[in-house]
Design a protein around this ligand. Structure first.
Ligand code: HEM
Length: 251
């Protein structure tokens, strides 16, 4: 973790990996499966409010030199998207409304997420929508893991080492991990459904067909983001949709 960290290599999933194994394989190294305590929530809220109220220490230093009218949230977004594009150059032209508007959406989304930390159900629905929207855009589960590193890096740059202390960083790691707990399973299920579709459209030998274990590839908790072709296939195979992927995965 931290500013010197490099991108996590995506794991090439093996056909026999269970859903849980595949989810674990894409979770980033900083991931922790911990409850968000009130103390964590207070840390996250108080530090984020420094960004929203233009009082983050590094912003104040920068502002006094540059005397720019840029808000702290805008500076945070600049740092964030510069880092995102460094790590994922292919996304450079993907933000249709420009990076300024995208930055505003990101700041709003972080604020919304933080405002819902006490409301577990709302929080889960927001994460589900975020994951589904990003799956449609082709964003991969492991990229969400890297996004966490980008977030911590940007917060450190704006808040400075004293405010973004080890304890503060841990609180953000716990927060972002609880976001990943919802997002990653949805993305992984979506990616598996796409792989299954790709297999369906490729000719395979009789033996491969026989060895194919549909139940290995389609988790019980198949989600709404699944491709209709997969759902048709499920129907043909007589498999039903069970479970609720909103529960997140059990580690
Ligand atoms: C928890 C992490 C993330 C947050 C909070 C977030 C936030 C957002 C928001 C608020 C939007 C606007 C549309 C919407 O509401 O869905 C958006 C769109 C987008 N995001 Fe993310 N995002 C995250 C992760 C990622 C990742 C990992 C990538 C790729 C590496 C990514 C790439 C994009 C792209 C390409 C768009 C579409 C922009 C457009 O159509 O103009 N996002 N994101």
């Amino acid at each position: 973790m931290g500013s010197g960290s490099s991108i996590t290599a995506p794991v090439v999933p093996c056909a026999k990996m269970s859903l849980e194994e595949e989810i674990s394989s894409v979770l980033p190294v900083y991931y922790v499966d911990e409850e968000l305590t009130n103390d964590c929530m207070n840390d996250v809220r108080s530090s984020w409010s420094l960004v929203l109220t233009d009082t983050a220490p590094k912003y104040l230093e920068w502002e006094s030199v540059e005397s720019s009218r840029k808000s702290c949230a805008a500076l945070f977004s600049d740092v964030f998207y510069r880092r995102l594009i460094e790590m994922f150059p292919s996304y450079e032209n993907s933000f249709s409304n420009g990076l300024f508007q995208q930055g505003k959406s990101l700041v709003k989304m972080i604020s919304l997420t933080i405002s819902q930390l006490h409301h577990t159900n709302h929080f889960a629905v927001i994460m589900q929508k975020l994951a589904e929207n990003h799956c449609k855009l082709g964003v991969k589960a492991y990229e969400f893991g890297v996004m966490g590193e980008i977030l911590f890096h940007s917060l450190r740059r704006i808040l400075g080492d004293d405010t973004f202390s080890k304890k503060m960083e841990t609180s953000w790691v716990v927060l972002y991990s609880s976001m990943l707990k919802h997002i990653v399973p949805i993305c992984v299920v979506h990616e598996r459904s796409l792989r299954l579709c790709a297999r369906d459209t490729q000719p395979s030998s009789e033996e491969e067909r026989r060895n194919e274990n549909v139940r290995d590839l389609i988790p019980d908790a198949i989600c709404a983001t699944a491709n209709p072709v997969v759902l048709n296939r499920l129907h043909r195979e007589g498999l039903s949709m069970k479970g609720n992927y909103n529960e997140g995965f059990k580690s």
